[in-house]
Every structure is written in structure tokens, then in C-alpha cells.
Design a protein around this ligand. Structure first.
Ligand SMILES: O=c1ccn([C@@H]2O[C@H](COP(=O)(O)O)[C@@H](O)[C@H]2O)c(=O)[nH]1
Length: 237
């Protein structure tokens, strides 16, 4: 598996669809993302199944609450033995620090603490929505970079952002700060509800650490073939 992962978003209603999807990949070890839809239906057991099948896991629950609640929740998530967890940077620095404290408390001796990253602005958010609905009167890029700096100052390992903010974030937070970029589309794909989209090649050229790809693979007529096309473009083959 590449050190700059292609993370497949398992946005399925239940474990049945997950099993059907993964069956096509035979023995390939994937980096998968489990989000709210699947986790709220199946609970931690789905993570055990994925780990036992040899996959790495980004548990994408996007915590956003008061610091004490996030700390306690992260303490529990730490015991699930996943590779990445996340919060919303909009929760603020104190909340992000609390998330790390909870993870440190919950990580079992001898195990690695899950990496913790913060969502800056969702890739479905546009400049217009930022201003008109969220009432944030800054440029979107500057808001994203500013939230990334808060995440970095709080000790987090990286952020979720769009491909188009990666360069500025790496300049501001250092080249080893992780940038995970969803909103990835091949030229032939539909945009769906995403706004700040990029191709796998653009993500690679802009320096994304990892890309998250859901529907372009999971809804493809041939998911394994779609996965290989995305992976080849991401890896520059
Ligand atoms: O800003 C964000 C944060 C998370 N996501 C998640 O990534 C996948 C993208 O799925 P696609 O089908 O490739 O659009 C999905 O699970 C989102 O919840 C994001 O898109 N943007």
C-alpha cells in the first residue's frame, strides 16, 4: 500500500453492501473510510471486521461538541484501534486539544494513538455559502488555512480540506502536516453534491497526503476497475 493513501469511502447502508463491495477486491488491502451512515448502523463491529480483513481505517465521525464531551468520546474511539479519527476545526482549539487528550487516555499501552485530523471547511461548501449561510466574510481559502493553523497549534496531525488549499496549508503548517482531500472526481464523473473538486492527478500535483474517493468507485459499474483507474492516476502511473 502506498504511503500516500487512496482512501475509499465506504458510504453504504449496511455491512451487507460492504461485504459485496469488498468481495470484488479479493485479497487486496485497502485504506477505507467509515462514515456516519455505516457506523451508526453497524457500530464498532464493522471496524473489527475491516481490521481483521487487513484494511486500514479512517473513522470519519467529525466530532464537534464542547471540549469535555469530545474528550470523553475520543477516549472511547481510541480503543477501537482505527488509524485516523477526526473533528470539526470549527469547534475551536480547546476542543481540538481535548480530542487529543481523550485519544491519549484511551490508547492502549503499546498501541499507536490514532492520527487526529480536523475538517476545515467541507468540500461541499462554496465561497457563496460561506458568506450567505455561515456569515463568514473572509475568503474561503483564508478561512481554511486559518482553521488548519488552529489545528496545527492544537497539536493535531493534519486536516481535511480540498486539493486547492493544500499548498497554502503546507506553507503555513509545515510539509509534514497531513492533508486529506475528498471531493475527488475523474474528468468523466459527475460532481454530485461536491463543490471544491479535483482529479486524482491534480491532488497528486498539489501535494495532498491522501485522497478520499467514494461514489466514483462505489457507484461505478465496475468498482474494481474504477479503483484501479483512480489509483493509477493518483500514483502517476
Ligand atoms: O469536506 C469533506 C469531508 C468529508 N467528506 C467525505 O468524503 C466522502 C466523499 O465521498 P464522494 O462520494 O467521493 O463524494 C464522503 O464520505 C464525505 O462524507 C467530504 O466529501 N468532504
Amino acid at each position: 500500500m502506498t504511503t500516500r493513501p487512496l482512501i475509499v469511502a465506504l458510504d453504504f447502508p449496511s455491512k451487507l453492501e460492504v461485504h459485496q463491495f469488498l468481495a470484488e477486491f479479493e485479497n487486496e488491502s485497502l485504506y477505507v473510510k467509515v462514515g456516519m451512515e455505516l457506523f451508526y448502523k453497524e457500530g464498532p463491529q464493522i471496524l473489527t471486521f475491516l481490521k481483521d480483513s487487513g484494511h486500514k481505517i479512517f473513522l470519519d465521525l467529525k466530532l464537534h461538541d464542547i471540549p469535555n464531551t469530545v474528550k470523553s468520546a475520543m477516549r472511547n474511539l481510541a480503543s477501537l484501534d482505527v488509524d485516523i479519527v477526526n473533528v470539526h476545526a470549527a469547534g475551536g482549539k480547546q476542543m481540538m486539544e481535548a480530542a487529543l487528550e481523550g485519544l491519549d487516555l484511551g490508547t492502549r499501552a503499546g498501541c499507536e494513538r490514532p492520527k487526529c485530523i480536523a475538517v476545515t471547511q467541507l468540500t461541499s461548501t462554496s465561497q457563496e455559502m460561506l458568506q450567505e449561510e455561515l456569515l463568514i466574510n473572509e475568503g474561503l481559502e483564508s478561512v481554511v488555512v486559518s482553521y488548519a493553523k488552529n489545528a496545527s497549534k492544537s497539536g493535531l496531525d493534519g486536516v481535511v480540506c480540498s486539493t486547492w488549499e493544500v499548498e497554502k496549508i503546507l506553507e503555513a503548517c509545515g510539509q509534514s502536516f497531513l492533508t486529506v482531500t475528498p471531493g475527488i472526481r475523474l474528468k468523466s464523473n459527475s460532481v454530485d453534491d461536491q463543490v471544491r473538486i479535483a482529479t486524482p492527478e491534480e491532488a497528486r500535483n498539489r501535494g495532498s497526503w491522501g485522497i478520499v474517493v467514494g461514489r466514483p468507485i462505489t457507484k461505478a459499474e465496475n468498482p474494481l476497475e474504477a479503483y484501479k483507474i483512480v489509483r493509477n492516476e493518483w500514483e502517476g502511473k
